[in-house]
Design a binder for this molecule. Structure first.
Ligand code: SAH
Ligand code: DHB
Ligand code: MG
Length: 221
C-alpha cells in the first residue's frame, strides 16, 4: 500500500462525500498561490471536524494554527448563528491570507484571528475570559504541544472536546531517540496525556493524500 493509493482513495472519498465548494476551493488556491506549505487538513478531515462540531452542538471554538484558514472555514461553517471561532496564528502573512479567505467565505463575522505566538495569545484569551470553549483544534508547532493542550483543557468546560492533529508523524511518535522537535513534542504530549486526570483520550492513526499520520481526541471531564 502506498501514498499513491492513499491519494487515489482520498480523491474517491472527495467525489462521494464532499460537495464542490467555491470558498474552500478558493482558500486552497490562494494558499497554493502564496506558496504556503501544503499542510491544511484534507477535505475529508475538514469535514470530519465540521461534523464533530455539529454533532456536539459546539458554539465556541478555539483553533491553534490558522495557516490559510482552510480548517477554520470548515469549523466556522459548523457553528450556529451567534457562534464563534477564535483562531491563533503567529505568521502575519498566513493571517492575512486567512483573513481574505474567511472574508470570501462570508464568515468574518464569526471568526476572530489572533496574531501572535500561541504561548502569548492563549494566556491573553484566558485573561479576557474568552472561554470556556466547547471544541478546540490544535494544529500548530508540535514543540509546545503539551503546553497548548494544557491551555486548551484550562479553556474548556467539562464535556469540551479537543482534537490534536499530526500526532503520529509517519510512525515517528514511537521513535524514543528521535531528535526531531516535532516528534519529541508529540511524545511529551502523549506521555502527559496518560496521567492527565482532567481528560479521557484516544489517538487514531490515519492515511490520506497527506500521508501517514493521526490525530488525538480528548474529552474534558
Ligand atoms: N489548521 C490549518 C493548518 C495549520 S498549519 C489547516 O488545517 O488549514 C500550522 C500553522 O501554525 C502555520 O500557519 C504556522 O504559522 C502556525 N504556527 C506555528 N507555530 C505557531 C505558534 N507558536 N503560535 C501560533 N501559530 C503557530
Ligand atoms: C505538518 C503540519 C501539519 O499541520 C500537518 O497537518 C501535516 C504536516 C508539518 O509541519 O510537516
Ligand atoms: Mg495539521
Amino acid at each position: 500500500m502506498s501514498q499513491d493509493q492513499w491519494k487515489a482513495v482520498d480523491d474517491y472519498i472527495n467525489s462521494v462525500v464532499i460537495s464542490p465548494d467555491a470558498a474552500l476551493e478558493a482558500a486552497s488556491a490562494a494558499a497554493a498561490a502564496a506558496q504556503l506549505p501544503p499542510i491544511s487538513v484534507t477535505p475529508a478531515h475538514g469535514k470530519l471536524l465540521h461534523l464533530m462540531v455539529r454533532a456536539q452542538g459546539a458554539r465556541r471554538i478555539l483553533e491553534i494554527g490558522t495557516l490559510a484558514g482552510y480548517s477554520t472555514i470548515w469549523l466556522a461553517r459548523a457553528v450556529p448563528a451567534g457562534g464563534r471561532v477564535v483562531t491563533l496564528e503567529s505568521n502575519p502573512m498566513h493571517a492575512d491570507i486567512a483573513r481574505a479567505n474567511i472574508n470570501r467565505a462570508g464568515l468574518s463575522d464569526r471568526v476572530d484571528i489572533r496574531l501572535g505566538t500561541a504561548l502569548e495569545t492563549l494566556p491573553q484569551l484566558a485573561a479576557e475570559k474568552q472561554g470556556p470553549f466547547d471544541f478546540t483544534f490544535i494544529d500548530a508547532d508540535r514543540a509546545n504541544l503539551a503546553e497548548y493542550f494544557d491551555w486548551a483543557v484550562k479553556l474548556s468546560h467539562p464535556g469540551g472536546v479537543i482534537i490534536v492533529d499530526n500526532v503520529v508523524r509517519k510512525g515517528g511518535v514511537i521513535d524514543v531517540s528521535s531528535e526531531d522537535a516535532n516528534i519529541k513534542g508529540v511524545r511529551r504530549f502523549a506521555e502527559r496525556l496518560s496521567s492527565d486526570s482532567r481528560v479521557t483520550a484516544t489517538m487514531v492513526q490515519t492515511v490520506s493524500a497527506k500521508g501517514y499520520d493521526g490525530f488525538a481526541m480528548a474529552l474534558v471531564l
